[in-house]
Design a binder for this molecule. Structure first.
Ligand SMILES: *Cc1c(COP(=O)(O)O)cnc(C)c1O
Length: 467
């Protein structure tokens, strides 16, 4: 009988050692001893070398996904006689090496703060291939973007029109800009991930678009590229993208009276599988449907199809990452609920909400496997929790682990490439793990692990000579 504490969607897999390809990076396999290997390297060796926990990034998977995403959008656009510019959303996972992979694959990059811009530039990304988002860009951030000749800045409010125009004017440049629109489309995702409802901070109202485009065009130091929309994240179905595209395109005939509107940027948000029960649509299918909806709308409106732009983040980086943890303590907790009682196994690991904030932030679900060995034991409904002082400090809320899971086992949590390292913190002064890329039997450090010395280094009262 199913454990009554298990959610309806969770099925116990037939083989707890299996690695479902939709969730795991392509090089994830178990070796002859049953140990998980990534990029040809065993997880024990990775932990010996770089410590535990550790964020592992499958570089081959990352590079393949960059090309897959590029092809999906390029093919979809070419079917409607258009082109696609693809900006990797750097906030999902950003290091200088990651920027180099993105550049080598021919994609552009999306940044939303001065810090992200600094990393992209430090890695040598040409300014032309950088897009800048953000709802509250400072004069300093805009100044840096303009002087780096970034390809586009997204204007998020009326106030920013003057602000960007004045910076571009002071540098005697013409800055290309997009205008972010709150399309009002309700994405089918967690409330905090949905960004295009009326009652939120991003973008401007559809009804204000004509006036603000006129304002943008009145500045000789700004060049208007088109409208931008980002309806949210971890979206599985196409109708939200289509509805947003249609609402934006409906304004194009009016905007085209007074000038060009060369492009339409539909943002990111394409969903991935975090566990076995999630089945997102193939990206090529999704991209084709979006493109044909754009074509149909343009035909109906009697306008030519604009160039398309997209900003995918998690669909590129998410499935490339696996976090490895060590098991510290284990508890079987008897939970009684309306007469029935059942056991949930609590497995505590050496990280938690500081290296993966998504379960606490969004009630995100993940899956987990024993990584250091195979097990023939039956499944036990388990919850993987961290070492922080919060009961919401959960890494994997619901999954089955072999019932013989033991202290010092290594656990692997897949699909942690996006929004884990980038959302990490030092809560409870737990040092942040290393980020390590693996490829073809070799590992190389992307970001080193933090040390206690790092944690103390910004403390102005710290007196090393007395410690
Ligand atoms: C976060 C974000 C993205 C990327 O979202 P994903 O869900 O990672 O694809 C793209 N564009 C904008 C404006 C964003 O804020």
């Amino acid at each position: 009988m199913k454990n009554p504490l298990a959610p309806d969607w969770l099925q116990e897999p037939k083989d707890l050692n299996s690695l479902e390809p939709r969730i795991w990076p392509r090089t994830a396999v178990r070796n002859a001893h049953g140990e998980l290997t990534l990029g040809g390297i065993g997880v024990r060796e990775l932990v010996r070398k770089h410590g535990s926990p550790i964020y592992v990034v499958d570089q081959e998977e990352f590079e393949a996904r960059l090309l897959m995403v590029r092809r999906a959008f390029t093919d979809a656009a070419s079917k409607i006689g258009s082109t696609s510019k693809i900006y990797y959303a750097s906030k999902s996972l950003l290091t200088t090496d990651v920027v180099r992979w993105v550049e080598a694959a021919g994609l552009s990059i999306d940044v939303s703060t001065g810090g992200e811009l600094a990393v992209a530039l430090a890695a040598g990304m040409p300014g032309e291939r950088i897009g800048m988002n953000g709802n509250n860009k400072s004069l300093v951030e805009i100044g840096r973007a303009v002087s780096a000749d970034v390809g586009a800045i997204v204007i998020d409010s009326e106030l920013e029109i003057e602000r960007i125009a004045s910076v571009a004017g002071a540098q005697d440049k013409v800055q290309a800009v997009r205008l972010r629109v709150n399309s009002g489309v309700h994405a089918h995702t967690h409330e905090y991930l949905a960004t295009a409802r009326e009652d939120q901070k991003f973008g401007i109202a559809i009804s204000d678009v004509p006036d603000l485009v006129q304002k943008i065009r009145s500045h000789s130091h700004l060049r208007f590229l088109g409208l931008h929309s980002h309806i949210g994240s971890q979206i599985f179905i196409v109708d939200g993208f289509v509805a947003a595209a249609e609402r934006l395109l409906d304004i194009y005939p009016q905007l085209l009276i007074d000038g060009e509107v060369p492009e339409l940027n539909l943002g990111g948000g394409f969903g991935i599988s975090y566990h076995r029960a999630e089945h997102p649509m193939e990206l090529s299918e999704l991209a084709t449907r979006i493109a044909s909806a754009v074509e149909a709308r343009c035909q109906k409106l009697g306008i030519s199809v604009p160039k398309l732009a997209f900003e995918p983040g998690r669909i590129i980086s998410g499935p490339t990452g696996v976090t490895i943890y060590s098991v510290g303590t284990i508890k079987d907790v008897l939970v009684s609920d309306s007469g029935a009682s059942a056991v949930r196994k609590y497995v505590s690991v050496d990280g938690g909400m500081s290296d993966n904030a998504r379960p606490a932030l969004y009630e995100a679900e993940y899956s987990v496997s024993i990584a250091s060995r195979k097990s023939a034991a039956t499944g036990a409904l388990s919850r993987v929790v961290g070492k922080h002082c919060e009961s919401g400090d959960i890494v994997v809320r619901n999954d089955y682990l072999p019932s013989d899971v033991a202290v010092n086992d290594l656990l692997a949590v897949p699909a942690t490439g996006a929004y884990c390292f980038s959302l990490s913190s030092n809560y409870n002064f737990v040092p942040r793990p290393a980020v390590v890329a693996v490829k073809a039997g070799a590992s190389h450090l992307l970001v080193r692990a933090e040390t206690e010395q790092d944690l103390l280094s910004r403390d102005a009262g710290y007196q090393p000579e007395k410690a």
